[in-house]
Each structure stands twice: as structure tokens, then as C-alpha cells.
Design a protein around this ligand. Structure first.
Ligand code: MG
Length: 159
């Protein structure tokens, strides 16, 4: 038996911030605004894991009102989430995710993001899939106002 969880997140693009996706800093004129490093992809993966495990959401575990998480490295938050899932006796089977971003192109960074996420998830890279699409010029993503990410995680509750 396996359990699935979904995760969704979005963050606003603005000047003077870094663009960090899946723990990888991507050179771009704009970055993502947020309390932590605003790694929208890591946040979606965290919510997918917590969803599959029945453990609530990222806001409960890492509230953005908590100064501990200001400018936090979201890959470290992901590692902490993975440890929580393991402590609950569950095994992570795999993660699939999609970044929805008008620019820049994710393609050149996709393998690095995959291996970075896989390392944090304690999974081989082939169990972690990273996809990208644009907003086709529509909506907040299409206008370049922000970046969104979706993730699905599968867990074996028996470990
Ligand atoms: Mg977020």
C-alpha cells in the first residue's frame, strides 16, 4: 500500500532577492520574496510529504511568524521534514514535481535540482522527477509576477 500527498506553493518575484528552486540558486534578475529563502519548489515538496504522512502542512511545522525560519535554507526544512516522516515509521517512495515559471528556463538546472532534492529526500535521483512548464503568458506566472510549484509524494506507511 502507498499513500499520496499533494503540495502547492507560489511566491512573488521581486528585485533584490535570490531565485532558489529545489535548493539550487538560479542566476536571474529577480528572486522570490518570502520569510525563508522562498524556495517554492522545496515548499511544495514539503507539503506533499506532510500530506502523504497525514502530518499537517508546512505552516504548522515552520510558521512564517517564527524568527527561527527567517531566511531559512528550505532544503534544511525539507531534511527536517524527511526526518519527521522517517520517525513516524514511513518510507518515502518517490516524489514528482512541476515548476510553473515563465522565465528563466529551468532546463539547464533540472538535473542539479533533481540530485539536490534526491539527496535531501534520501532517495536515488530516479525516484525524484522534476518537470517545468510556463504560464503560456497567462495569469500571475505568465506575467512574470511569481513562480508556482506542484508536487506529489508517495509514501509506504509500513516503512
Ligand atoms: Mg512557500
Amino acid at each position: 500500500m502507498s499513500l499520496s500527498g499533494i503540495g502547492y506553493d507560489c511566491h512573488r518575484l521581486q528585485q533584490g532577492r535570490r531565485l532558489v528552486l529545489g535548493g539550487v540558486e538560479i542566476p536571474f534578475e529577480l528572486g522570490l520574496a518570502g520569510h525563508s529563502d522562498a524556495d517554492v519548489l522545496a515548499h511544495a515538496v514539503i507539503d506533499a510529504l506532510l500530506g502523504a504522512a497525514g502530518l499537517g502542512d508546512i505552516g504548522e511545522h515552520f510558521p512564517d511568524t517564527d524568527e527561527r525560519w527567517r531566511d531559512a535554507d528550505s532544503i534544511e526544512l525539507l531534511r527536517a521534514t524527511v526526518a519527521t516522516v522517517h520517525r513516524a515509521g514511513m518510507q518515502i517512495l518517490g516524489v514528482d514535481c512541476t515548476v510553473i515559471m515563465q522565465a528563466p528556463k529551468l532546463g539547464p538546472h533540472r538535473q542539479t535540482i533533481r540530485t539536490t532534492l534526491a539527496d535531501a529526500l534520501c532517495l536515488p535521483p530516479e525516484r525524484v522527477n522534476v518537470k517545468a512548464t510556463t504560464g503560456e503568458g497567462m495569469g500571475f506566472v505568465g506575467r512574470g509576477e511569481g513562480v508556482a510549484a506542484l508536487a506529489v509524494a508517495s509514501l509506504d506507511p509500513a516503512g
